[in-house]
Each structure stands twice: as C-alpha cells, then as structure tokens.
Design a protein around this ligand. Structure first.
Ligand SMILES: CC(=O)[C@@H](O)[C@H](O)COP(=O)(O)O
Ligand SMILES: NCC(=O)COP(=O)(O)O
Length: 259
C-alpha cells in the first residue's frame, strides 16, 4: 500500500475508503418476497465492521433495493449513503426527498444482469449538467459512474460533477477469464483515467468499483488518487461463507432448545 497521501475536499487520505454495496442482501429477500434479510440491518452491521459508507442502487425495475429501504436506511446511517440511480425524473424526486450524501448516476438497461458499462456523459452533456445542478441545489454531492476513458472523464468534469466512479468491470472480467494481458491493459486504463482526472481537476474525487473481489482488489487499492472503492457482490458472497458455519449451529440450537 502506498503511504503517500491524497488531499481532497474531504481531508487527507492515506488509503482508499470502502463503501459497501448491500444490493444483494435485498436480492436474497426479493427472491422469496419475504421481509428478511434486512438491508437496513446489513447496512448497520457493515458500518459497525468499519465500512466507510453504504451504497445502494435503486433500480427502475426495483429488482433488489425498494423505495422503503432507501428511506429507512437514510434515516439510520451514521456514515454516508451513496445512492445509485439512473438520471430520470422519478429518481430525481426520490433523491431530492431522501437527500443522501452522494448520488451516483449510473446507466441502466432493463434486461441487463448488472451495470454493463459507464454513463455516456459526453453524449448527454446538457441533460446531465442540468440534472447534476438540480441534485447539487438540493444539497447532494454527485458522482458519475463512467468507463475509464479520457473523453468521459473530461466530459464529467465539464458537467460540474463532484466525483467520478471508474467502472472496474472490464478489469474484473478479464481476471475471471484468466486473461492476464487484458487485465493489465484494463488496469493501465484505470490508472490513466485517474491521472487524467487529477490533471484536469485536482479537487475531483475519483472512486472505483464493480466486480471487485479479494483476488483482484489489491492492484486497484494501490492506485494513488483513488478516494473510495465501492464493493458489493463479492463481499456479500464472502459473507455467506464467513457466516455459514455459525448459521448451521444457530439453526440446530433453535431446533433442539429446551421448550
Ligand atoms: C453501478 C454498479 O456498478 C453497481 O451498483 C451495480 O449496479 C450493483 O447493482 P446490480 O448488481 O443490480 O447491477
Ligand atoms: N458501483 C459499484 C458497486 O457499488 C458495487 O459493484 P459490485 O461489487 O456489486 O459489482
């Protein structure tokens, strides 16, 4: 880990922060249509364990996080909520009511399994500039989820965003496919995008996330100038195995307790 520090509007940082994405706690709940496991309880537990913030993605199709989760979690968080939304009028209304610390604007396609690419900021500059302005006027800081691409980084800065989040999905996928060359290329693209952002606006916060796991996170966490990593799917998957033994013991206790 680098020991150099990053001076930001949020103070001086030695290491990237960890924002935990708890969407897939809600995925498990929605799979049965019941009221457990609770994303709120998960958010509070993550904070207790040292998460620096909580990310939730309120998708237009409401496949995991529901509106009620957003309001409930916002009320009880002691760190910062990063609310991921598509840039629509419906989501603007919800965000303006909830007032999360961060809103991260992401692209959405109904049929996708997960967020497939970054926002095309360069292709919708006027709309996004106006949309970001409305969120900021409501007191919310804005981040844009973009591919590690110089054109998109420059466009994001032109829109007046407070932060960007670099999509690490291609880096993660190359690793899963065992294509070390492609993974190194993706890592180089991410490093170049961080450097471009710092050169164009050294007050801009640069986050990264998507598809990060314990196997691939270290190289990303070592990049100087990254403020926060947002990690969800793999962390929730790890939690299953970190907790499974205990869950079996607890179930047997419940079965055999003296009545
Ligand atoms: C925007 C992003 O990269 C993640 O928040 C991701 O969207 C998690 O939610 P899904 O797994 O529903 O895509
Ligand atoms: N923005 C990325 C995020 O919140 C988490 O993505 P993932 O770890 O669930 O792929």
């Amino acid at each position: 880990m680098t020991t150099s520090s990053l001076s930001t509007a949020h103070g001086t940082l030695q290491k990237p922060l960890l924002g935990v994405n708890i969407d897939h706690v809600a995925t498990l709940r929605q799979a049965r249509g019941v009221n457990y496991p609770s994303p709120l309880a998960a958010a509070l537990l993550c904070e207790k364990a040292g998460a620096d913030g909580i990310t939730i993605h309120l998708r237009e199709d409401r496949r995991h996080i529901q509106d009620a989760d957003v309001y409930e979690i916002a009320e009880q968080l002691t760190t910062r909520m990063n609310l991921e939304i598509a840039a629509t009028e419906e989501m603007l209304k919800i965000a303006s009511e909830v007032k999360p610390y961060w809103v991260c604007l992401v692209p959405e396609k109904r049929a996708e399994l997960t967020t497939e690419g970054g926002l095309d900021v360069a292709g919708q500059l006027a709309w996004l500039t106006d949309y970001i302005g409305k969120l900021q006027a409501a007191g919310i800081k804005v981040s844009l989820f973009i591919d590690p691409d110089d054109k998109q980084v420059a466009a994001a800065i032109e829109c007046g965003t407070d932060a960007i989040e670099l999509h690490t999905g291609a880096y993660a996928e190359a690793g899963l496919a065992g294509d070390t060359g492609a993974q190194q290329n993706e890592l180089a693209r991410i490093k170049a995008a961080v450097a471009t952002a710092q050169r164009l606006n050294n007050q801009l916060l640069v986050n990264a996330g998507h598809g990060l796991t314990r196997d691939n996170v270290h190289a990303i966490a070592q990049i100087e100038g990254i403020y926060e990593l947002n990690i969800g799917h793999a962390l929730i998957a790890d939690a299953v195995f970190a907790g499974l033994e205990q869950a079996v013991v607890m179930m047997k206790d419940a079965m055999y307790k003296e009545s």
